[in-house]
Design a protein around this ligand. Structure first.
Ligand code: PLP
Length: 278
């Protein structure tokens, strides 16, 4: 595969980063993941806005205009044979002598790669997926799409060790999010999601789900959701760029609702597929 690194297109095997890159040394950078359907970026505007927010949040001067970013991404997408892809963008503060505080001068490292998008299987959609619960032990800036992902890595590993697709995390008894997804619950036909604050990454699908709920006549509220409310929900859903909307069948071995995907999932999944095709 061909990737973009600091101004050049190169085979992935030849893309090299200096060991003093602050991404390697400190995890000092941000990233973005954008789904591509039929060679077109899905929700491009929103992904660009979040990319810009992430850069600003950690004080990296944005090296490109929106148009330049789009051109770079489209270049990498064009090189790939698949029509449906998942583009990964990674920007670090660049290379500098090792010292924690920001260097006076550094040039951001920009890396872009793309892979075929791998969506959940038909079986996962039909039966729903297993999840496990765990305490959210990450830092308090989960709203930044930081490349420092150790907390998320450990949560994902916890899920893997329990044959689960995701760890559903709780902080002080309230739902936050999955290891790499947003989490939603359905109660009496209404959808609920945690507030968009510093305790979760606001997925690009968060805004999309709000729009789809409005379009489908589903009442949505953002509010703090307790552990008990999650376990008592009629449906639990996950969203992310690669999961789209995915139903949860069990948490910690306990069935969610009837233990099968419910009607709100069906509606939102159908609406999501329509949005993709539009
Ligand atoms: N929360 C976390 C921690 C994530 O890593 C992700 C993305 O993978 C999401 C939420 C969902 O975000 P998006 O809908 O933009 O993929």
């Amino acid at each position: 595969p061909i990737v973009y690194l600091n101004g050049t297109l190169t085979p992935l095997s030849e893309a090299k980063i200096p060991v003093l890159d602050r991404g390697f040394i400190f995890g000092d950078g941000i990233y973005e993941v954008i789904p591509i359907y039929g060679r077109k970026l899905f929700r491009a505007e929103q992904h660009m806005a979040r990319l810009f927010r992430s850069l600003a949040a950690i004080g990296i001067t944005n090296p490109h205009t929106r148009a330049e970013w789009m051109a770079l991404i489209e270049q990498v997408v064009r090189e790939h044979p698949a029509d449906d892809q998942m583009v990964y963008l990674h920007i670090t503060r660049g290379v500098a002598k090792r010292a924690h505080a920001f260097p006076k001068e550094s040039t951001p490292t920009v890396f872009i790669m793309t892979n075929p998008i791998v969506l959940p299987s038909a079986a996962a959609r039909q039966s729903g997926v297993q999840c496990v619960s765990m305490e959210d032990k990450r830092w308090l800036h989960c709203e930044i799409k930081s490349i420092s992902l150790l907390g998320n890595v450990l949560a994902a590993q916890n899920a893997a060790e329990h044959d689960a697709v995701e760890s559903i995390q709780f902080r002080d008894g309230f739902l936050t999010e999955g290891s790499s997804s947003n989490v939603w619950i359905v109660k009496d036909g209404q959808l609920f999601g945690p507030p968009k604050d510093n305790l979760i990454l606001e997925g690009i699908r968060y805004g999309l789900i709000e729009e789809l709920c409005a379009a489908c006549g589903i009442t949505f509220s953002a509010c703090r959701i307790t552990h008990a409310e999650v376990f008592d929900a009629d449906e639990v859903l996950l969203t992310s760029a690669t999961k789209e909307v995915l139903p949860v069948s069990s948490i910690d071995g306990k069935p969610v609702g009837k233990g099968v995907p419910g009607p709100i999932y069906d509606k939102l999944y159908a609406a999501y597929q329509e949005a993709k095709a539009a």
